[in-house]
Design a binder for this molecule. Structure first.
Ligand code: BES
Ligand code: MN
Ligand code: ZN
Length: 504
């Protein structure tokens, strides 16, 4: 979809659909909505009086103009209460509106810059949220349908023009739209990677996607293979990979934005289990059904690296993705095996289905070897996370409160929510082993936190944040900028974190 910004008057806009808005409880619309209302002979205020338009969030009303305006239709989008309004509301409203337009076969639309005027958002934030909401909201994955398959979908909304009557706001709107496009397009790439089945999105294919991203945006790319992992002593990662015929890859993407200050850096680490069968601790069929998506953390890291490469913040960022399958076979690791990670620490593998923490343990060691000074890992790590927080927010665990809060703030900027869980010493006892330095599962209690306790023993005193996206990696239904299926989260937050860290 093409997104434009233009200076002009809504009452003059020639378009199949003009999108205006209304805060909840407003009875006399002002600004652009008021101008449209006037041109329509008071139709919008009449619908408000009749109680058909309330301005509730998610409410969409279609009015045919029947020649009263150059626009063929006016779409009134509810913004909800003014006191709850922010960029996230714009993202949500735009996502809902673009799908509404597409369902009606509308190919072009003009929208006012929600919130740039009386909403108090600022033009850049408004432009970014509009682009993100529109691109993410229209996302769909039809790659594996044959032409005859499953019916042809309606056409695409091809062009969205943001119109502002204040010419002075146009440059900021344009800048915001550009950032939003970069953010959203990369997020869609992450969604594609997660949507692809595991027979397509193998570790080798993930590495190829990362290499294409690097070539397209000027990142350094390399991928360690099995012998190189062995050379480095990555026994925890190799233990998981040894059951699979697919060659594992440790994908490395490097962005150098502050060459004069190598220690001004950030490491983004992603779990890239391209299929999690559970290994010999085999999952049930229901439990396995969605496990092609167990590389969502890795996909988000690759996407974030693409955003960072395009936005060019003054900071050095390294993305690491541990891509491998977790399979049962004659070569698979056994429950009870003891593996030795790159830093020499040993782990008793009591459950081969707790594989994410094993591959991340070696990724964290490798990140430290590379001299990374701040680490954020992202993983669909525990089913317990879905039980604890559901899908409303990502669970966050950390050994460093400052970095934890920087992630939470970046999430607030991006409209992605995080909630911190306590790393109490009591939980550490649950993964004490009788035969090794630790065991890889603490059983049923506090499953997400015990997983983090394993990871932190590899991070040591390096500031580290762990994001468990088992719940937030996928959405159950279309809603705002999210569509049913993979969300691409938290790619935008990771990139925003790099931008924010570079800014201070
Ligand atoms: N990939 C799963 C976690 C998961 C479950 C993500 C459901 C998304 C939805 C992970 O590798 C896993 O299997 N974790 C186990 C850990 C347990 C064996 C300690 C779990 O959560 O059951
Ligand atoms: Mn597992
Ligand atoms: Zn897993």
């Amino acid at each position: 979809m093409q997104i434009n910004v233009r200076h002009g008057d809504v009452t003059q806009a020639q378009t199949p659909a003009l999108v205006v808005n209304l805060f909840q409880g407003v009875t006399r619309p002002g600004g652009a909505t008021g101008a449209a209302d006037h041109a329509l002979g008071g139709a919008i205020s009449q619908l408000i009086r009749d109680g058909e338009i309330k301005g509730k969030a998610g409410e969409i009303t279609l009015i045919h103009t029947l020649g009263k305006m150059p626009a063929a239709r006016v779409v009134v989008a509810g913004l909800g209460p003014a006191e709850k309004f922010d960029a996230q509301v714009v993202r949500q409203v735009c996502g809902d509106v673009v799908r509404y337009l597409r369902r009606r076969g509308i190919k072009q639309a003009v929208t006012i810059a929600h919130g740039a005027g009386i909403g108090g958002l600022g033009a850049k934030a408004s432009g970014q949220a509009i682009a993100e909401g529109a691109i993410l909201g229209l996302y769909r994955f039809r790659h594996h349908f044959s032409n005859a398959g499953n019916g042809e979908p309606e056409g695409e909304l091809e062009e969205l023009t943001t119109l502002d009557r204040d010419a002075a706001r146009v440059p900021d709107l344009e800048a915001g739209v550009r950032v939003g496009q970069v953010m959203a397009e990369a997020t869609c790439l992450a969604r594609d990677m997660v949507n692809h089945p595991a027979n397509v999105m193998t570790p080798t294919e993930m590495a190829q996607v990362a290499e294409r991203v690097a070539q397209g945006s000027g990142l350094e790319f390399r991928a360690l293979d099995r012998p190189q992992m062995a050379e480095l002593g990555m026994g925890a990662l190799l233990g998981v990979a040894q059951g699979s015929q697919e060659p594992p890859k440790l994908i490395v993407l490097e962005y150098v934005g502050d060459p004069a200050n190598p220690s001004n850096n950030l490491g983004l680490l992603g779990k890239g289990i391209t299929f999690d069968s559970g290994g010999l601790s085999l999952k049930t069929p229901e439990g396995m059904e969605r496990m092609k998506g167990d590389m969502a953390g890795g996909a988000a890291v690759i996407a974030a690296m693409q955003i960072i490469a395009k936005l060019q913040p003054r900071i050095n960022v390294t993305g690491l993705v541990t891509a491998t399958e977790n399979m049962p076979s004659g070569t698979a690791q056994r429950p009870g095996d003891v593996v030795r990670a790159m830093n020499g620490k040993t782990i008793e593998v009591v459950n081969t289905d707790a594989e994410g923490r094993l591959v991340l343990a070696d990724a964290i060691c490798y990140a430290r070897r590379l001299g990374l000074t701040r680490l954020v890992d992202v993983a669909t790590l525990t089913g317990a996370m879905v039980t604890t927080l559901g899908k409303a927010c990502t669970g966050l665990m950390s050994n460093n409160q400052a970095l934890a809060e920087q992630v939470i703030v970046a999430g607030r900027n991006s409209g992605e929510q995080f909630w911190q869980l306590p790393m109490l010493e009591e939980y550490k006892e649950l993964i004490r082993s009788d035969v090794a330095d630790m065991k890889n599962s603490g059983g049923r209690q506090a499953g997400s936190i015990t997983a983090a306790w394993l990871l932190v023993q590899f991070a040591g005193d390096v500031p580290w944040v762990h994001l468990d996206i088992a719940g937030t990696a996928t959405a159950e239904r279309d809603k705002g900028h999210l569509v049913k299926g993979p969300t691409g989260a938290p790619a935008r937050t990771l990139a925003q974190l790099a931008v924010n860290l570079a800014g201070v």
